[in-house]
Design a protein around this ligand. Structure first.
Ligand code: HEC
Length: 174
């Protein structure tokens, strides 16, 4: 019995050592294609995205949304913040996508598409803390919670907004 536990432990250590050596060999080999123009293998895309999704859903579980979130003033303030900080990567209706938004990989999703969910507590949290290894910045380093709630209000209320309504909102006088 003892001998078999020992054999199993030795086998597990051996497998780990081979795995670690393989990973380090890969890192130094130069085989990985770092270019933003060569997409991940589908499995890697899935693994990265699912890891983010699971972590984000767990971390945002207890975020409390302000009860009067979607006031016209907050939505208009959010539109201005979006045009100034987010459209460069995420795009906006009637506005050509910038060189940054065109070249970034992974791509930044079109947040104003009608089919988006944009759950306010999740938009608030992601905008505040950003997403590692994707180019999505942490805006909480520059903006306070009220501004981030304004972005969440805008992105929830105005999903599917037309180009004309978007421009009108961005230009609303405060
Ligand atoms: C420099 C480019 C860049 C800028 C600027 C940027 N984002 Fe992002 N954002 C990204 C990328 C890339 C992703 C996708 C990350 C991924 O693949 O998981 C992303 C993802 C997101 C997500 C998560 C979407 C999802 O489906 O889970 C939200 C919400 C978001 N951004 C909000 C914002 C807001 C709000 C702003 C402006 C305050 C902003 N982003 C500005 C690049 C950017």
């Amino acid at each position: 019995m003892r001998a078999s536990i020992k054999t199993c432990t030795a086998a597990a250590v051996g497998i780990c050592a081979v795995g670690a050596a393989g990973a380090i060999g890969f890192i130094y080999s130069g085989i990985f294609d770092f270019r933003a123009t060569s997409p991940h293998y589908p499995f890697v895309t899935w693994a990265l995205h699912q890891t983010y999704q699971s972590s984000m859903e767990q971390m945002t579980e207890n975020i409390v949304v302000p009860t009067d979130l979607e006031t016209p003033a907050r939505v208009a303030a959010g539109a201005k913040l979006y045009a100034a900080n987010c459209a460069v990567c995420h795009g906006a209706p009637g506005v050509p996508l910038s060189a940054i938004g065109t070249g970034i990989y992974p791509e930044a999703p079109s947040l104003l598409k009608a089919t988006r969910k944009n759950r306010p507590h999740q938009v608030f949290f992601v905008a505040k803390y950003g997403i590692k290894m994707t180019g999505m910045p942490a805006f909480g380093k520059s903006y306070g919670d009220e501004d981030l709630w304004a972005l969440a209000a805008f992105l929830h209320k105005e999903r599917g907004v037309s180009a004309d309504d978007y421009t009108a909102l961005v230009e609303t006088k405060p």
